[in-house]
Design a protein around this ligand. Structure first.
Ligand SMILES: *[C@@H]1O[C@H](CO)[C@@H](O)[C@H](O)[C@H]1NC(C)=O
Ligand SMILES: *[C@@H]1O[C@H](CO)[C@@H](O)[C@H](O)[C@H]1NC(C)=O
Length: 418
């Protein structure tokens, strides 16, 4: 194809020269015309050749640990530093998108957490410092499995058993493999729903890592679980809203499970306070729903007037600050439908372990939350596998289940914008 270029040039030139005569002025005009055409053709040919020999140019095939992206972030970002992590070695952006699958069914109506509104709120809080006996285990490495829903769930329940009774449960490490292999309401390594995963903990309970070690292998069956261990159950779970509500729940009872959206720059976060750059690219599925990931909120803080959540992730200890991150709390998201900025979404889930000592609950009204909750859940939609619906209805005595027509959401996506 490249050979065609001079031929076209000559032909065009010749034709044009014959037509217009041969004055010096005209010749220059015709020549520049020919050069323009030649340049356009060369660009097209070059573009095609680059696409053929270098398919890496497609965005989803870009490496997560892209050197250029990392350098660009480090040159402009004042709040956080970027770097490659071992977890994403050889992963492309497309590989991360393929791991979408965490969502909400929008078919159950979890209770609102009854947070203590009278508690004095510290400016900074770190659950690891408040309950050191309960945070002795390293962070998880989820591997190539959409398991953060199960990892964050099991790990939050473990923390909360220990917070209630550190003498008995400081070594407790409940295994996410229990839900990955045994929770028929969810989808194992293909994902799970943050609002229905708790039913399995309530009904069947969780066994420990020793009994059923976590592997990122989608083919591990429930029968591989040991059968000489009494699973630990939760007695309830609840949903908590707003920055203030989430903080109070964490302060009072321990970590919560938080859904987050993913941007390309979060994947290479190394240290500091992560706040999406203006150039950040949000990861979306083929159907343009944001890819949802689950983390655990263990505290908060503020530095240089930038408030942040302290979160635990499951991308190994090499990612972020030893596996943890500080993620900016974005208070200036005025439009509640504008989820482009808030990486940590505005709601979290909190389980109540069966050893929870019930205190006198605050009955202070938090009336505004109900409407806010409905609004947020309306933004989120997902489906349940048809065969699971009966099971769910049976388990969920709550008559408040939404009557939304969510059937069109045939994939494991969460519709948070649009
Ligand atoms: C990444 O790819 C390189 C080259 O193919 C290979 O040598 C290396 O072992 C891979 N790393 C991982 C973690 O798979
Ligand atoms: C993850 O596993 C799938 C197959 O289940 C494979 O297609 C994909 O390439 C794997 N991704 C990585 C990053 O290893």
């Amino acid at each position: 194809m490249a050979e065609a270029k001079p031929a076209v040039d000559k032909k065009v030139l010749h034709k044009a020269l014959n037509k217009r005569g041969k004055t010096k002025k005209d010749k220059y005009g015709v020549m520049s015309y020919a050069i323009w055409i030649g340049a356009v053709i060369a660009l097209i040919v070059g573009g095609v050749v680059i696409l053929i020999i270098n398919p890496e140019k497609k965005p989803h095939q870009m490496a997560v640990n892209d050197d250029l992206l990392i350098a660009q972030i480090n040159s402009v970002s004042t709040l956080f530093k970027a770097g490659a992590s071992a977890f994403f070695e050889n992963w492309s952006i497309g590989d991360v998108k393929k791991r979408a699958g965490i969502g909400l069914t929008n078919r159950v109506n979890p209770h609102q957490c009854n947070v203590n509104t009278k508690m004095k709120m510290p400016a900074e809080f770190d659950a690891r410092e408040k309950w050191p006996a309960c945070f002795k285990h390293p962070v998880y490495d989820a591997g190539n499995c959409t398991s953060t829903w199960a990892i964050m769930g099991a790990s939050t329940v473990s923390n909360r058993f220990c917070i209630q009774d550190p003498n008995t449960y400081s070594a407790l490490r409940l295994s996410p493999q229990t839900s990955l292999s045994c929770d028929t309401l969810n989808r194992g390594c293909d994902g799970g729903d943050l609002d229905t995963m708790w039913f399995h903990y309530e009904k069947e309970g969780l066994v420990t890592e020793k009994c059923f070690p976590y592997t990122a292998d989608p083919d591990v069956g429930c029968e591989e679980k040991c059968n000489d261990e009494q699973p630990l159950k939760i007695v309830a779970h609840c949903l908590v809203h707003s920055e203030d509500g989430i903080k109070r729940e964490v302060l009072q009872n321990g970590p919560v499970v938080a859904p987050v959206t993913l941007n390309d720059d979060l994947l290479v976060y190394k240290q500091g306070i992560y706040k999406p750059l203006a150039t950040a690219k949000r990861l979306v599925t083929d159907r343009r729903y944001p890819v949802i990931h689950a983390v655990k909120i263990i505290g908060w803080g503020e530095k240089n007037r930038q408030p942040y959540w302290l979160v635990e992730n499951a991308w190994g200890e090499d990612w972020g600050e030893g596996g943890y991150a500080k993620i900016a709390i974005e208070r200036d998201t005025k439009d509640k439908d504008d989820h482009t900025k808030s990486v940590v979404l505005s709601y979290c889930f909190a389980p109540t372990p069966s050893n929870k000592v019930m205190e006198e609950q605050s009955t202070a009204g938090r009336g505004g939350d109900e409407a806010k909750y409905e609004a947020d859940l309306d933004l989120a939609a997902d489906d349940l596998l048809a065969e699971d619906e009966e099971e769910e209805d049976e388990e969920e005595a709550d008559e408040g289940a939404e009557g939304d027509d969510d059937e069109e959401h045939a994939e494991e996506d969460v519709a948070l914008d649009e």
